[in-house]
Design a protein around this ligand. Sequence first.
Ligand SMILES: [Zn+2]
Length: 268
Amino acid sequence: MIPPQKLPQGFWERNISRLTDMHCHLGDVTEGEALEVALTSGLTFHNMSVTPEQYFKNIERFSKTKNTRSALGLYPLYTSENSPHVKAFFEALPHCALVGEVGLDFSPDYPPPQRQTEVFKDILDTCHRLGGRCLSIHSRKAGAEVLELCWPKFNGSLVLHWYSGPCEALQNLPEHLYFSINRAMLKSRNGRALLEQLPQHKILLESDAPYIQAPSKTSIGQQLQAVVQSLALRWNLSIEDALEQCFQNTLNALKPMLQPFHREPSLP
Ligand SMILES: [Zn+2]
């Protein structure tokens, strides 16, 4: 075990605003202290939804917080032919810059892969046409398919969340493609293999809270700090420099959203 690098006192308190959690589900955190701490902690949250219905609830629930951006989502589970969420999603999409969670999941009990692919392609095409969107993308048991669909030119940013492979040929990634990394990935063989392949400028941070096993009383901020510390070791950088790299990556990934024309009206 390598001892943690020594940081100047108050380092994280001073730098908390440089952390962005690119993928979490605050809408699924029960009311209470944990949520309160998250919302007052000073870092920025990209708060996913699984249906447009949840997105609108999130907008309402977090309207008074300055550091939470709600993303419009359509989780693969809700993409079946008769799902009312698909229509609602495409109706809301022109008004939302931040999109997620969307993607593919080829686990049993999900809608047929062909149907999911059709909907996901439609989401990518529509977002590309609208421009200025940042998408957080799910790819369980469908990594190769998602990567193939996300690879071509895209007018915005595509962030692969908790991507678990295939991990070959990730060196010459297109400009618009990023990967958000969480604490559980750092502990898994797949996650470590992915990090070995990915260039530093493609890496973003996420907690996937509350769906990740974290030691009790570990805040989302502490989880992201642990990821930065681990990246610093891996990259042979100081924690300060690793944080700076992640911060710059985040700015780059969000750049397409910053054009005022595309700004979601509810964003702070
Ligand atoms: Zn998620």
